[in-house]
Design a protein around this ligand. Structure first.
Ligand code: NAD
Length: 464
């Protein structure tokens, strides 16, 4: 009988040693090497688009539209921004010096960290794997990517093609689940970039502490959408639907997790949501080709438990249909869900959307701030004073006024969490920075040496 080969501690140690040797050879530092790799990522997604779409369909029943728009196109535009800006990002940044160091000049030099580990999640398995790789490569590092085993077809597609398209002496993919990831985490890395849930993030951070390895943690949380009665309701509702169900059927870190609105306005909001959901996904949403399925039966059961909790059972005002055999759950609205229900106390990460009613909209702050800080928070309103108040009051990884989830596509904005939604950020230049060390360099000449700084110390010298 053939014994299956697994990736263990020795394999991980050997691989890191080899990558470190190749990193130290200096090959990953050159502008040309970085550009060649980035161009090959574009080439990979362009040449293999059909296979990528098929893999995502197989892992998640992800609609082609979402795969192309949110995984392939976003990745390509990330690469293109890096290719366009890289020379500028790599340039040392001149800074002013002080009188004490006169005469001198100073600059900040961005240098690669070394060999970095990227552990990614299953819900956007192409984008969340390769987008951080773009940052790592742009910054000149050697990199190991560990895609999620929960999206196995995409994971093996990445393993197959990263080796073909990128320089395998410096970029590797290791497939696997907890044992393989644990073997990787035992090694000394120069940075660990983790995307996933906060529980595993603690495992990652504990492993990183052994070598004082810096980490970026891209996590999740309960991202609220606050809807003011003074709003363009139809557009607001369409944008909530796009951010929630149009994002992997709610299985996205930045999809709206719950809505807060006023008691008086809630019936109108619910009616509009129902009407637009009917229009988008039809009367038989389980048959809609435009909704991803739930990724696996564990997550299906978890979502079913949230719906079946006694406190929640009578609160469904729309949807609720499910099909375990095909892992499908329809877009579901729940009205007036108690704050102490399970669904209001864990990240939903699926197609269920509770709506919380308050007497005054300002009560939303108490609801949002009584929880850990979310990855995103959304406000829909026409009122400028409310926009200002929301931006000043709500702490979250990112805020969007009058839309949801779309900030992810703006390269000039850092994407990352705060508190339990994560630490560190990436996208655009922030990705380059996440994988660089900003080295302080001060240049002095032998001119203008000031005797006053040397012993013997005297009172007179002290006052100079
Ligand atoms: P997951 O199950 O794919 O896990 C993420 C990674 O952690 C995988 O590569 C997995 O192999 C690894 N892992 C799991 N258990 C481990 C362990 N015990 N030790 C070491 N590694 C382990 O993904 P998930 O955690 O279910 O992802 C969903 C969560 O991720 C949600 O909370 C979501 O909000 C968050 N998320 C955040 C972002 C972001 O960009 N901020 C993006 C997507 C998902």
């Amino acid at each position: 009988m053939e014994v299956p080969t697994t990736f263990g501690g020795d394999d991980a140690a050997e691989m890191v040693t080899e990558l470190r040797r190749n990193f130290l050879s200096g090959k990953t530092r050159s502008y040309e090497w970085r550009v060649a790799q980035l161009k090959n990522i574009v080439k990979f997604v362009e040449e293999r688009e059909t296979e990528i779409v098929d893999a995502l369909r197989s892992d998640l029943n992800k609609p082609e539209f979402e795969s192309v728009l949110f995984e392939i196109s976003l990745l390509k535009s990330s690469c293109k921004v890096a290719l366009k800006e890289l020379k500028q990002w790599m340039k040392p940044e001149k800074v002013k010096t002080t009188l004490l160091a006169f005469p001198s000049s100073a600059e900040i030099v961005a240098e690669p960290l070394g060999v970095v580990l990227i552990i990614s999640a299953w819900n956007y398995p192409i984008l969340l794997s390769l987008d951080p790789v773009i940052g790592a490569i742009a910054a000149g590092n050697a990199v190991v990517l560990k895609p999620s085993e929960i999206s196995p077809v995409t994971s093996s597609l990445l393993a197959k093609y990263v080796g073909q398209y990128l320089d395998s002496s410096a970029v590797r993919v290791v497939e696997g689940a907890v044992p393989e990831t644990s073997a990787l985490l035992e090694q000394k890395w120069d940075k660990i970039f983790y995307t996933g849930n906060a529980k595993v993030a603690r495992v990652v951070m504990t492993a990183a502490a052994k070598y004082l390895t810096p980490v970026v943690l891209e996590l999740g949380g309960k991202s609220p959408a606050v809807v003011d009665p003074d709003v363009n309701l139809k557009i607001a509702v369409r944008r909530i639907i796009a951010g929630k169900w149009g994002n992997n059927n709610g299985q996205a870190c930045i999809s709206p997790d719950y809505i807060v609105t006023t008691r008086d306005f809630a019936p109108k909001l619910v009616d509009t949501l129902k009407r637009e959901l009917d229009r988008f996904y039809g009367k038989e949403p389980l048959q809609s080709p435009d909704l991803s399925r739930i990724v696996n039966s564990n997550h299906f059961d978890r979502l079913a438990r949230l719906l079946d909790e006694d406190k929640v059972a009578g609160k469904i005002v729309y949807g609720g249909q499910r099909d375990k055999a095909h892992l499908k759950i329809a877009p579901t609205l729940l009205l007036d869900v108690p704050q102490d229900s399970q669904i209001m106390n864990e990240e939903i990460f699926g197609p269920l959307l509770p709506i919380i009613m308050v007497d005054k909209l300002e009560e939303c702050y108490e609801i949002i701030m009584s929880r850990t800080k979310p990855l995103a928070a959304y406000l829909f309103t026409n009122r400028n004073n409310l926009k200002d108040q929301f931006v000043r009051t709500v702490s979250a990884g990112g805020l969007v006024i009058n839309d949801s989830a779309i900030h992810l596509a703006v390269h000039g904005l850092p994407f990352g969490g705060v508190d339990e939604s994560g630490m560190g950020s990436y996208h655009g230049k922030f990705s380059f920075d996440a994988f660089s060390h900003k080295k302080a360099v001060l240049y002095r000449s032998f001119l203008g040496d000031a005797p006053a700084r040397y012993p013997p110390y005297t009172r007179g010298k002290m006052r100079l």
